[in-house]
Design a protein around this ligand. Sequence first.
Ligand code: ADE
Length: 219
Amino acid sequence: MQLDVFTLIPHAFAWLTEQRPLAAVLGSELELRLINLRETTPLRAGQVDDEPYGGGAGMLMRVDVVAAALEAVYGGVPAHRVIALTPQGRQLDQALVEELVLERRVTLLSARFEGFDERILEHLASDAVSIGPYVLSGGELPAMVLLDALARRLPGALGHEESGVFESFSPALGGELEHPQYTRPAEFRGWRVPDVLLSGDHGRIDEWRREHRRSQAGR
Ligand code: ADE
């Protein structure tokens, strides 16, 4: 998968790219390009934002700036999915991650400031995605959230191939949450791991896990 992120703070992504799962797939299953929107701005002094027409607080990412960046990289508006990160977008969930991971190329647009000029969403982006019903100070964290969620679904991202298949919200679990998990010690301060998990009886263990999948919601 080729993933291009248009951002004003490319260096913000450095930490993430050095960690698993991203580090494990970079250069093989995932080709990541971090593109600085300021480098191709047609405006003077690196300007990328402006005041909203009609007044109001904050600054908006300009449509001509995003168009110029897309033009510089793709020669126009690309045919593949261009996702603007905005609280007004479709809320990200595992189903959307599974849908996007099938794409060969994806572009993410992240804005600082109050958001995008609406024409960016109408004419330059194909999708608008929100990572939740709250407002952050920019699209970098949302872009990183999406990047991480996508990277862990690529082949070779996780040490154990199955760990991505059977985790919470995955189709293999029918979209349910994962069961509770425990590791050593079997008892700590009197807090015991459920006996069934220590029994070695895989039939009973599977049954216990199935029974305990739903009960975690909201915890
Ligand atoms: N930009 C600011 N807040 C956001 C959110 N919740 N989701 C995606 N992009 C955002």
